[in-house]
Design a binder for this molecule. Sequence first.
Ligand SMILES: [Zn+2]
Length: 420
Amino acid sequence: MNPFLLLVLIFLTLAWVLDLVLENRNLSCLSSAIPDAFTDVLDAKAYARSQDYTRVRSRFSMVKGTFEYLLVVMFISLGGIGLLDGWVRSLGFSPLVVGLVYFGILGLASDLLSIPFDLYLTFSLEERFGFNTTTMRTFWSDRLKGYALTMVLGGVLLGVVLWLFMRTDHQAWIWCWGCTTLFMITIHYGAPRFILPLFNDFTPLKEGELRDAVTQFAERVGFRLAGIVVMDGSRRSSKSNAFFTGFGSRKQIALFDTLIERRTVRELVAILAHEVGHYKCKHIIKGLIMGIAKTGVVFWLMAQVMGARELSAAFGVEVPSVHTGLVIFALLYTPLSLVLGPVSNFFSRKHEWEADRFAALHIDDPEDLVTALKKLAADNLSNLTPHPWYVALRYSHPPVVERIRAIRRLARAGGFHEAP
Ligand SMILES: [Zn+2]
């Protein structure tokens, strides 16, 4: 077997095994003792239910991961990359169109294969735990809107990248980086106004106690807020959340309607304070800069791989081209993503600590944030005792029990200490 092909198969297998090991380690941490901080919001029955949910979700992800692993291994071992290329070429389009059609077929095939899993996840698994509120109509219309968006936005970006790699030799990666950066910034700033409203309704928060309390808090910490909007999250799930939309003078906070229903005004202010903390600590802009830097590295690596003819031959590609080069690069990217994923999760968790710290220091009583986090975790059936490896590699947020401990420690000391 070709050494390049063998190497890719080994990496894919390692990634798959790591996944199974992590999931199983994580499940081994489930114990029937309710963590101290949660004894007032969870009884034994509710806690057992949250653990059941963790088990079922974990098994689902292992089955799905195994299916995807086997599919990819089969596709590349049987020379699928080259066979598909030969077929698309035989249609007689120009090289750019061949590239777009090639990716279109791969993308559509992988999406169609994921539909049974998504249907099961939404209408069976989530339904069983009382989370699902999606109707079949919403499910399919989301899917169709997703296709349209991918075709328009993804098609344009892919077309530009393919064209640049075809036209410019050594500097292609710099041009691609520049164009992608422009694209990312446009999406970042344009999504709240043009993309999110395609999927959800956003309505201004009604006048009343909550709006007054939030406005008052924002003024106190010197945060200019264009508005507070309510998102109809209940259209898809009973799980709840809050997030930022917009930027500069147009920045808004979006609250899920499901969140407002079940929290006191003080708890909601605490949650908003955490979101304001992200903004005040410049996490949003830092995240964008990190994303741009990462894109630069990826394009540079891509340029190194693209030219290698032996590589194309290893995957059964007779005529090396930009689009097959991109797919082969995506496969070689597996080991790198195993490293980059945990690094970005590390920074994300660091940002969560900082936002908690900001909130705890600026709300009247840090215990409001603790209660809000506890109810959020209980309602969403969060795993309260994840394995440390699992947290290190997969979690974008610190485990809720540790967050509560850190907030209480800060409240006692009157100043924040290092996160545990
Ligand atoms: Zn956060």
